[in-house]
Ligand binder design. Structure first.
Ligand SMILES: [Zn+2]
Length: 307
């Protein structure tokens, strides 16, 4: 189990016998709690406190040091822009870096979401072997010893039942068996749990609980570089009108109202066909609702994988 998965398990309310719906405790569960409430609250308090430590360093953005501008090749920085009300990755001219073109920016949230999504899909295609279990030999040895001890204990119980042991012998043997068992179990508990084969869904689940540094570590393992290219702007209706040499109004009724004006009059057929040809030629696609495109589509962000 990864540390984030363990954190998630220990802080989940269901482990303390609560029923949870969409992150809210909605009552007592019907199952027996694994941890009593006081212990659970103490554990959760500790974990939350460790997580809540302020991490105000230069690296507060997931993609910084991975993300580069396609126009000038320089590294992009993250910044909160008060004027635009959001965080952006920017290729911004600064006193310490005058090589930047200063013309590229992309919103942090959609860019992070896009890259994270691509990372998960990339990992889903990999066959990542389980790490070597260097403690397998020790674990086998202890388990074999425990099995042997169980057998001896069985024989001893049989002798006791057969009345072959007096009370003193019985107690001496019991202390010996119990001590040996405790020692073996302690040794076993000290061995690290073997890691199972990597499952991308584990990472997807753990991701929300992971710190920025942990996420960046995963990205470092897989992502060489992310290049942000210029936004590809969609042709607008105004572009169509300009191309066809007609007014915006004519282009609108010709293309989007079947060539019929609001009052019932018709746009001249040659204008309709000119507008349609122009639209086809420049690749105009009508997008209801203004046609605002996601800033993080794949044509703007290209990821180079390490493996
Ligand atoms: Zn640039």
């Amino acid at each position: 189990m990864t540390p984030p998965a363990l954190r998630q398990l220990l802080t989940s309310a269901s482990i303390a016998g609560f029923r949870v719906y969409r992150g809210e405790i909605i009552g007592r569960a019907t199952w027996e709690p694994v941890l009593d409430e006081a212990t659970w609250r103490a554990v959760r308090g500790k974990l939350e406190a460790s997580k809540a430590k302020p991490r105000r360093s230069a690296r507060r953005y997931l993609l910084v040091s991975f993300i580069f501008c396609d126009s000038c090749g320089q590294a992009m920085h993250g910044a909160w822009l008060r004027t635009r009300g959001k965080s952006w990755y920017r290729c911004n001219r600064e006193p310490d870096n005058r090589d930047r073109c200063g013309s590229m920016s992309i919103q942090v949230d959609p860019a992070d979401r896009y890259v994270t999504g691509e990372l998960f899909s990339h990992l889903a295609k990999q066959d990542i072997a389980a790490p070597d279990d260097e403690h397998a030999g020790d674990r086998d040895r202890i388990l074999t010893a425990l099995a042997a001890l169980d057998q001896q204990r069985g024989e001893w119980m049989a002798s006791r039942d057969a009345g072959q042991l007096n009370l003193g012998e019985f107690l001496a043997a019991k202390v010996k068996f119990d001590g040996a068992q405790q020692e073996l179990e302690r040794d076993l508990a000290e061995l690290p749990v073997p890691l199972r084969k990597f499952d991308p869904d584990d990472l997807r689940e753990a991701w929300p609980e992971m710190t920025l540094d942990e996420r960046r570590q995963v990205m470092r393992d897989w992502i060489e570089k992310i290049v942000i290219g210029p936004q590809q702007t969609q042709p607008t209706l105004a572009d169509v009108a300009a191309k066809a040499g007609v007014s915006l109004t004519a282009a609108y009724y010709a293309l989007l109202r079947n060539g019929i004006y609001r009052g019932g009059g018709k746009v001249k057929p040659d204008i309709v066909s000119r507008v349609r040809d122009a639209a086809e030629e420049i690749g105009y696609v009508h997008q209801p609702g203004g046609g605002v495109r996601c800033v993080a589509d794949s044509s703007r962000i290209s990821i180079t994988w390490r493996r």
